[in-house]
Design a protein around this ligand. Structure first.
Ligand SMILES: N[C@@H](CCC(=O)N[C@@H](CS)C(=O)NCC(=O)O)C(=O)O
Length: 206
């Protein structure tokens, strides 16, 4: 399987889930600024939508959309617990959180992250929206280590990838200490650290 990714993009969620589930994936880096692969191939020839993540299965099937890709990967390794079994209430809660991250956080943040020309008024309203969502997550994570409770799941991989954009956009997490501690907790997981390192996102000690 080949995972098309871009460093620090939402594809990091799929990358983390693959590692946490122990599923080997070949990584193919995409420059999402000009939609090319490292060898110059136009990425639109792989994913016509032009965005990451995309997962190319060994039979040639292409899967897109973070929420679908992480569930597909997790279902390949049910023993990992990274996605709860289909048909359970836990699975519905996982889907609830994946949708929350996708629609309430990811798509609020991303125009601003990828478009430096975003107007100050838009930045302000995005910040106000995120403040409400971050406060809710902060209250929850003050009571439990992960979004679904005690266990790290694909929802945490996705939330980690997206909430970490706060650092890139200078959105302070100081008002949300439990959310900030959660990011540190997730980053300290060995497979998450391995994914960050593979994407070149770990600062090397001097
Ligand atoms: N609906 C897609 C959105 C993916 C997405 O927004 N990817 C961004 C990176 S986080 C991207 O590749 N943007 C480049 C582009 O849209 O051209 C999903 O949920 O997977």
């Amino acid at each position: 399987m080949k995972l098309y990714y871009s460093p620090a993009a939402c594809s990091l969620a799929a990358h983390i889930v693959a590692r946490e589930a122990g599923i080997p994936v070949e990584l193919a880096r995409v420059d999402i600024g000009n939609h090319t692969l490292e060898d110059g191939t136009d990425y639109h020839t792989i994913n016509a939508r032009g965005y990451v993540p995309a997962l190319k299965l060994d039979d040639g099937t292409l899967l897109t959309e973070v929420t679908a890709v992480v569930q597909y990967l997790g279902d390949l390794a049910p023993e990992s617990g990274i996605v709860p079994p289909a048909g359970t209430m836990e699975r519905v809660h996982l889907q609830e959180w994946l949708t929350f991250v996708s629609s309430e956080l990811h798509k609020a943040f991303s125009p601003w992250l990828w478009h430096k020309e975003t107007a100050e008024s838009t930045r302000r309203s995005v910040k106000e929206h995120l403040a409400v969502r971050f406060a809710e997550m902060d209250r929850l994570l003050a009571r439990q280590p992960y979004l679904l409770g005690e266990r790290f799941t694909a929802a945490d991989a996705y939330a980690f990838a997206i909430v970490s954009w706060s650092n890139l956009l200078m959105v302070s997490l100081k008002p949300y200490p439990a959310l900030a501690a959660y990011l540190d907790r997730v980053a300290a997981r060995p497979q998450v650290a391995a994914a960050l390192e593979a994407e070149g996102l770990l600062r090397k000690a001097a």
